[in-house]
Design a protein around this ligand. Sequence first.
Ligand code: SF4
Length: 211
Amino acid sequence: MLKVNEIFYSIQGESSYAGLPCVFVRLTYCNLRCTYCDTAYAFYEGEEMSIDGIINEVAKYDCKLVEVTGGEPLVQKGSLNLMKELCDRGYETLLETSGSLSIKDVDKRVHIVMDLKTPSSGMVKKNLFENVNYLKTNDEIKFVIGDRNDYEWSLETIEKLELSNRKILFAVVYGKLKPATLVEWILKDKLNVRFQLQMHKYIWDPERRGV
Ligand code: SF4
């Protein structure tokens, strides 16, 4: 059984899959408390569901792209089986994870989008940097940037961990750093990174759940 906060169908707002229709399975619980968290309602709220129950719910949307997210999905060990089952049943499965828990046992068919937490999140000490060794070529690493210090930390981390040939996403902390400012920095430094906006926050009210 897994505690599930919500299952919904929306537009993928982030990563290289941004813009595609996607079913989201938001699992309850998170081991972190980022300063900018916009899904604190997932820390405890939810209902217990079996993996079959979750997949039956997902199937109702008739969409083959599914993201397992949170909270932090990997807090619940059953999330590993859920992702495996989704892959077995032919779903293109994405995992959105904070990078603070091991991704070693995640099914290799899963496309991972992993954060490395920047200083302004308040969670930088929780980064499990060894996770980088388990990322596959196509997986993505996301830096959520709230200020210039975060930006410089991100550049140093990319260099230190030799991530420059990885798929890197740079995003702003919504409402804290202007998207145009981050874009200017990226262009000035000629970075080989993908800038992203949390698309769903611009389509709907940024406070709205289930989008
Ligand atoms: S990891 Fe994600 S869900 Fe957890 S506190 Fe940080 S932003 Fe919120």
